[in-house]
Structures are given as C-alpha cells and as structure tokens.
Design a protein around this ligand. Structure first.
Ligand code: INI
Length: 157
C-alpha cells in the first residue's frame, strides 16, 4: 500500500501574502474579496493575510518573489486580469506574468498561486470574478491552503 502524502484544507496558523494588480481593478478587487473571504472561512486569521497592490499583472512576479523570499509566508497568491480586447500586448503580459509566477514558486519553494484571469473580453472576466462561472479568487485561496499543507506534510514525511 503506497504511503500517500496529502494536504488538507485547514488554514489555521498559515500566513498568506496576496499580491493584486490594480489594472482592471473592477475585476481584481472581486478576486481579492473572494480570496480573502475563502482564506478566513478556512481558518486563516485576517491579521495573518498581507496585501500588496502592484500596477499590473506584469509586476506580480517580482513582488511575489520578494515576499516569498522573506520566509514569513506559507503561500503567496497572485491576482490579476489580462483582457485581450483591452491590449495589443496581451500575449506578452499574460505570458510573462504566468511564467514569472511559476518561476517564483520553483525558485523559492513557496507555493505561489496563479490567479490571473486571461480572457478574450470583459464579459468573460466578469463571469469568472463572481459571475456565472464562479470566482477564481476563491479557487486560489483553496489552492494556496492545500498546497501549503501538502508541502508541510511532505517536509515532515
Ligand atoms: N496589466 C494587466 O494586469 N492587465 C491587462 O489587461 C493589461 N493590459 O491590457 O495591458 C496590463 N498591462 C499593464 C502591465 O501589467 C504593466 O503594469 C505595464 O506594462 C508596466 O510594466
């Protein structure tokens, strides 16, 4: 019987940093509210959540890396919204943001959660930020807790 290492959904005692892009704030604020609400619902204390705003999704990785490297957080959540209809450099902003966030996770070992909506238009973004397709902010909170707990369990196994 294989020994399985699992993360649970108990956020008690976790310290979580959230970095959120101000670009498309009408969307990112909804992601943020949902992420914070979900973290707290799973036991993360409000005062153990640290929030930083950055200008746009392109700036998420560098601030996430700075926070991850402090060693104070068991997870970092990155939130943004890149909307194709709004920009000619959608692919660059979305690609660099995603690649950068992944690099932060791999280089620091701190789960760095990708909560950047990449959509064709504003309607799709609204749908994924509390509209008919749910709220990606809540998903990032759940992913942060489970991955942080899994890493904790893996280090103790
Ligand atoms: N940033 C976003 O988060 N979403 C976008 O849709 C977007 N558009 O459309 O360009 C965007 N651009 C800004 C970018 O993230 C940087 O802040 C900027 O290039 C300065 O480095």
């Amino acid at each position: 019987m294989p020994k399985e290492i699992k993360g649970d959904m108990n956020g008690q005692g976790l310290h979580v940093a959230i970095v959120v892009a101000r670009f498309n704030e009408i969307i990112t604020r909804k992601l943020l509210d949902s992420a914070v609400e979900t973290l707290v619902r799973h036991g993360v204390r409000d005062e153990d959540i640290t929030l930083s705003w950055v200008p746009g999704s392109f700036e998420l990785p560098v601030v996430a890396k700075t926070l991850a490297k402090t060693g104070r957080y068991q997870a970092v959540i990155c939130l943004g919204a890149v909307i194709r209809g709004e920009t000619s450099h959608y692919d660059m902003v979305a690609g660099q943001s995603a690649g950068g966030i992944n690099s932060v996770a791999l280089e620091t070992g701190v789960p760095t959660i990708f909560g950047v909506l990449t959509t064709e238009n504003m309607e799709q973004a609204i749908n994924r930020a509390g509209g008919k397709s749910g709220n990606m902010g809540a998903n990032t909170a759940v992913a942060a807790i489970e991955t942080a707990r899994l890493i904790e369990a893996a280090n103790m196994a």
